[in-house]
Design a protein around this ligand. Structure first.
Ligand SMILES: NC(=O)c1ccc[n+]([C@@H]2O[C@H](COP(=O)([O-])OP(=O)(O)OC[C@H]3O[C@@H](n4cnc5c(N)ncnc54)[C@H](O)[C@@H]3O)[C@@H](O)[C@H]2O)c1
Ligand SMILES: O=C(O)C[C@H](O)C(=O)O
Ligand SMILES: [Mg+2]
Length: 593
């Protein structure tokens, strides 16, 4: 895997290949004219329609006469975005974030080409707006923010209709579907239909990071009701006002939706997102051999956590094989229980949930927890018992890594972090992976203050780096599944995989883990900057394709059949991925009746 990293980092010219192909855009066939084009965000160029195109498409007189360039439009948008800073001075952070989201969303609704270009170029600044943490706020305030629908809504009332409803979607081709039932939105709980913001945000990341064509993405909300009493009582709530369906009634809805998607777009990849744990796990088992799908919260997150663990081992100057000697305390067992222990490295885990340490004495122990539950043999750390508190566990175990996926903000208290200072690792690692920011288990400032300046920190939502007392920088990593899901989806799509195997997921995680140099790791930088997300995704996508080919799961994509894929070198696969990434540029529009 080290070779792969070197290969790709050395082939930066790929970006030039992309830019070159982007510089000569092919024509785009449009079946509309006049205002219908101006009101279609996919074709709309606003004031940048050239005069010849205005004549051809019946736009003359419908726009002010001056023709602006793309660059001028870009600058104009960025200026108005920047001016928000002055206009919202003194306002609470949430007001400022929502104002930023609104201005981006308005552009998204009006001109997709410009929207995705500013998003790609400014991904580090804009990801916190269109993705975590602001997307959480958007979901919470969806009723008030709603202006026009985006994506598709399938509700419990649509039972028996989905096979025909799916044809209401206007695009002929769909490559990627992200679906949620809104039951566990980030760490914010059941938000019902308002959870649609999450598939929209994830698919924006797909376009920006994986170059999926935005005309070929489909965000989906499966509205099976909500158990959120506040929403049920809210007169302006836009979803079904009924309790969530359960059992077979629930599964019948998801089954019907999956069959409908598969009937219309048999090669589309479906990503399950933010389903409460019981359904996340159940639907993954139910569909993973039948459809090309994966669960991002289980599989994407496990891969990112694994890459983080590898990084923590390397930061201690240890070889990767020493990962098995690492002591890892995981707080928030939900995610972990969803992973197959056979695919996890044989580390030593201590799992805690809301009832404390999980041991074999746990009543009603979840069968998936059995391999992770602690026993009481002589090799066990003395003094720990069923339900021991987090502080007790950290004090006794002295873990190398403390990993939070609890959804509970601030649960890594000062005492817990001080106890991490006595970790058996010279670089104690604290991963506060819960989202959004307010739900993070701790802040980086507290980690460097209490667990020591040698600590390593990663969080699910972005935080700023911390200036330490000695003038050095305490680096903040973002351990978020966005480093993997775009590459998993893209690799599955371009390989034409029948389904997504553990081997493909493992390849994705290993590729991410190998991305960082030893110098970066030594500084405590375990994950790349989000600014390089297209490059990372290219590599992850290629790794996934390679795994699909070697496991004989690949069937090819478009004009590239299995035979061609099979004959590609590693380098050619990377080029194949880069070549297939969409890049926003105005294409000449050609009208056809
Ligand atoms: N960074 C990422 O890429 C990423 C990916 C997936 C999920 N997440 C985050 O993980 C969080 C949890 O998601 P989930 O779907 O696993 O939720 P969940 O509700 O299924 O699981 C939460 C787990 O935390 C435990 N827990 C709750 N309170 C606790 C406490 N006080 N002490 C110890 N354990 C406690 C629960 O018992 C449960 O095991 C969310 O905030 C989500 O945003 C982050
Ligand atoms: O959405 C994210 O930012 C990560 C993850 O999928 C989550 O559910 O928290
Ligand atoms: Mg999620």
């Amino acid at each position: 895997m080290w070779n792969l990293r070197h290969l790709v980092r050395a082939t930066c010219h790929l970006r030039q290949i992309r830019r070159l192909s982007a510089a000569i855009p092919g024509p785009c066939i449009v079946h509309k004219r006049g205002t219908d084009i101006l009101h279609d965000p996919w074709f709309n160029k606003d004031t940048a329609f050239p005069l010849t195109e205005r004549d051809r498409l019946g736009l003359r007189g419908l726009l002010p006469p001056r023709v602006m360039s793309f660059e001028q439009q870009y600058e104009r948008f960025m200026n108005s975005y920047r001016s928000l800073k002055h206009n919202t001075q003194g306002e609470p952070e949430s007001v400022v974030s929502l104002a930023k989201w609104r201005i981006l969303n308005r552009l998204h609704d009006r001109n997709e080409t410009l929207y995705y270009r500013v998003l790609i170029d400014n991904i580090k600044d804009f990801a916190p707006i269109i993705y975590t943490p602001t997307v959480g706020l958007v979901c919470q305030n969806y009723g008030g923010l709603f202006r026009r629908p985006r994506g598709m809504y399938f509700s419990a009332k649509d039972k028996g209709e989905m096979m025909s409803m799916i044809y209401n979607w206007p695009a002929q081709h769909v490559d990627l579907v992200v679906v949620t039932d809104g039951s566990r939105i980030l760490g914010l709980g059941d938000l019902g239909v308002q959870g649609i913001g999450i598939p929209i945000g994830k698919l924006d990341i797909y376009v920006a990071a994986a170059g999926i064509n935005p005309q070929r993405v489909l965000p989906v909300m499966l509205d099976v009701g909500t158990n959120n009493q506040k929403l049920l009582e809210d007169k302006l709530y836009l979803g079904l006002r009924q309790p969530r369906l359960e059992g077979d009634e629930y599964l019948e809805i998801v089954d019907e939706f999956m069959e409908a998607v598969n009937a219309r777009w048999p090669k589309a990849v479906v990503q399950f997102e933010d389903f409460q744990m019981k359904w996340a796990f159940e639907t993954l088992q139910r569909y993973r051999q039948k459809f090309c799908m994966f669960n991002d919260d289980i599989q994407g997150t496990a891969g990112v956590a694994l890459a983080g663990l590898f990084g923590a081992v390397r930061a201690q100057g240890l070889p990767l094989k020493d990962i098995v000697k690492q002591k890892i305390v995981v707080v928030g067992a939900g995610r972990m229980l969803g992973t197959d222990p056979a695919t996890e490295p044989n580390c030593q885990f201590w799992l805690l949930d809301k009832d404390g340490l999980i041991t074999k004495e746990r009543k009603n122990l979840d069968p998936t927890a059995v391999p992770f539950a602690r026993g009481f043999g002589p090799e066990e750390i003395q003094g720990l018992r069923e339900g021991s508190s987090l502080l007790e566990v950290v004090k006794k175990v002295k873990p190398h890594v403390l990993l939070g996926l609890s959804g509970v903000g601030g649960i890594f208290t000062e005492d817990v972090l001080r106890a991490m200072k006595d970790s058996d690792s010279p670089r104690p690692a604290v991963f506060a992976m819960s989202n959004p920011t307010t739900n993070a288990e701790c802040t980086p400032g507290d980690v460097f203050k209490y667990a020591g300046e040698h600590a390593i920190f990663a969080s699910g939502s972005p935080f700023n780096d911390v200036l330490l007392e000695d003038g050095k920088m305490g680096f903040v990593n973002q351990a978020n599944n966005m480093y993997l899901f775009p590459g998993i989806g893209l690799g599955a799509l371009l390989s034409g995989a029948r389904h997504i195997s553990d081997g493909m997921l493992q390849a994705a995680a290993e590729c991410l883990a190998s991305y960082m140099t030893d110098e970066e790791i030594k500084k405590g930088i375990l994950f790349p900057s989000i600014s390089s997300i297209r490059n990372i995704t290219t590599q992850v996508g290629a790794a996934v394709i390679n795994a699909a080919i070697s496991e004989e799961l690949a069937e090819g994509h478009g004009d590239v059949g299995l035979k061609e894929l099979d004959h590609m070198s590693e380098r050619e696969i990377i080029e194949y991925v880069a070549r297939n990434m969409w890049y926003p540029i105005y294409s000449p529009l050609v009208h056809e009746k």
